[in-house]
Design a protein around this ligand. Structure first.
Ligand SMILES: [Zn+2]
Length: 275
């Protein structure tokens, strides 16, 4: 398919992206310590920049958060999909599906459906990487969920529209179409972590699974981005032992060619469960 501009995919979902200082937040904001120390804040919004229209449509959702580069973002989108049950034993209603390629990504999987929130936040993070590092090759996506969710071999999870497999960004800048074993030296840790940091900053990511053998390098990338010890221990399991699965980024078997993002249950999806 011919690649549309990123805004062509994001804009129907992102009805407004404005400074969010006075906008009612529908979710708990990510911890303020996610902002690297010393990062300048953007100036407050000009009068008229902020949409204070009362939200009466329960399907219109707003996510307000601060990016790792300290930019306030508000994403407004239509919430039609429902995540039902757990990632390992659930389904997906009215799933929203990605094309096999689009601005900033290719997806080699046949299973490209998820909740609206998963799709919107994934597109947001891809756009942030492409804006910060415009020469990044398209991000390689793998499985999300089937249109109606349910079991998806060979995965144990990916049942309920909240799991996404994302290829590590290659250090040599070569465009890829599948997950490739880049080896520890072949991963661009700074760019890949920048995408991860943007995902975490949304406040909607529950876990990111990465093999422990690669975590020390992601830990160093996070340090280079300016996170301190407290922030690092919130973000990543390393340097705690391999068996101590804690932190958003945590060990799971495999996950040497890609990382796996698990989003939290969307607000008011009452039949969605975490485990
Ligand atoms: Zn996965």
């Amino acid at each position: 398919m011919k690649a549309k501009s990123l805004s062509a995919i994001v804009m129907p979902l992102v009805l407004a992206q404005a400074c969010a200082a006075t906008v009612r937040q529908t979710r708990k904001a990510p911890p303020p310590q996610m902002i690297p120390a010393g990062t300048p804040r953007q100036p407050p919004p000009a009068p008229g920049d902020v949409d204070n229209t009362p939200n009466t449509d329960p399907d219109i959702r707003r996510l307000a958060f601060i990016t790792p580069t300290a930019r306030p973002v508000e994403i407004v989108y239509r919430h039609r999909a429902r995540s039902m049950g757990s990632p390992t034993n659930g389904t997906l209603e009215n799933g929203r599906c990605l094309p096999s390629e689009g601005p900033g990504f290719v997806d080699f999987s046949k299973n490209r459906c998820a909740t609206d929130e998963t799709i919107v936040l994934l597109m947001f993070a891809i756009k942030e990487v492409m804006t910060a590092y415009p020469d990044t090759p398209p991000i390689v996506l793998g499985s999300l969920s089937r249109p109606g969710g349910g079991p998806l071999k060979p995965h144990r999870s990916h049942c309920s529209g909240r799991d996404v497999d994302i290829g590590f960004i290659p250090a040599n800048g070569r465009p890829l179409r599948h997950f490739v074993n880049l080896g520890p030296e072949g991963i661009d840790y700074d760019r890949t972590f920048f995408m991860i940091a943007n995902l975490i900053a949304t406040g909607r990511v529950k876990y990111i699974f990465i093999n422990y053998s690669l975590q020390s390098r992601f830990y160093e990338a996070a340090k280079r981005m300016g996170y301190d010890e407290d922030q690092l221990s919130y973000i990543i399991q390393y340097p705690r032992p391999r068996k101590l699965r804690t932190g958003i980024i945590r060990h799971a078997r495999g996950h040497k060619r890609h990382f796996h993002v698990r989003f939290a249950c969307p607000d008011r999806d009452t039949q969605c469960t975490d485990e």
